[in-house]
Write a new protein. Sequence first.
Length: 133
Amino acid sequence: MNISHIEHIGIAVENLESSIEYYEKILGLKCYSVEEVVDQKVKTAFFKVGDTKIELLESTSPDGPIGKFVEKKGQGIHHIAFAVDNATEALKTVEEKGVRLIDKVSRKGAEGLNIGFLHPKSTHGVLTELCSK
């Protein structure tokens, strides 16, 4: 497995519109994409900061993963995503090393990326996402 860079940092928010406004008006960043990922019950907004992206995540349903996260922990950093050559192969590699997975194989995520998550109980409390094109 070869990690090339931090692909993005995912931040759970209650309200995407007001969060976008903060990032644009206060921090001076530009939202370049808003997208809904229906099967994950989430709406996303992306900002580019150098080679890394910030992904804001608003739940479209209280029973979705982001809805549950915000209800339990409030708004804030949800996950860190690393770019890899092949997300499915990377998931297999880390599983062979004893890491507990949320996804056994990659699935489609925002921006057309193949994504897979590692369980935070195996990653020192940090929800970790592996992404590939």
